[in-house]
Design a protein around this ligand. Structure first.
Ligand SMILES: [Zn+2]
Length: 135
């Protein structure tokens, strides 16, 4: 084992959280490496000092106040969050669909007004159509 890997796992070793095979590998490394042994001793001193501290009790009504604070900070996703949640590909697809809908509407609108026969629309359409204007 390398020193970096051993040092990353020292706290787990002290807490008895490692499988037996890993404990054996770490012990073998610690037997050969003075630096890691010193680091283990330092962490053991810290753990011992922390274990001697008196227990910290939560104040009365802590749980109720914490739940209330948590709920008040919850946000409902708005349009901006919805948009930001989309990937760039999905944003492009949404923009493309909107643009295609806009173009379809414009083309259909032009075809409808251009194909009207004078005299078949309402009063204003007939007036403009009689003057050759198709708004
Ligand atoms: Zn080492």
């Amino acid at each position: 084992m390398k020193c970096k890997m051993v040092r990353n796992r020292l706290d787990a070793l002290l807490d008895g959280e490692l499988p037996v095979a890993e404990v054996e590998r770490m012990k073998a490394h610690l037997g050969e490496c003075q630096g890691c042994r010193q680091e283990l001793a330092a962490r053991q001193q810290i753990a011992d000092a922390l274990s001697r501290l008196p227990p910290i009790l939560a104040p009365n009504h802590f749980a109720r106040r914490a739940r209330r604070a948590f709920r008040s900070n919850l946000k409902r996703p708005g349009m901006a969050e919805w948009w930001q949640g989309l990937s760039m590909a999905m944003r492009s697809a949404v923009c493309g669909a909107a643009l295609a809908g806009l173009l379809c509407g414009a083309v259909l609108g032009i075809n409808v007004t251009a194909s009207q026969v004078p005299g078949t629309g309402n009063l204003y359409q007939n007036f403009y159509a009689s003057k050759g204007i198709y708004p």
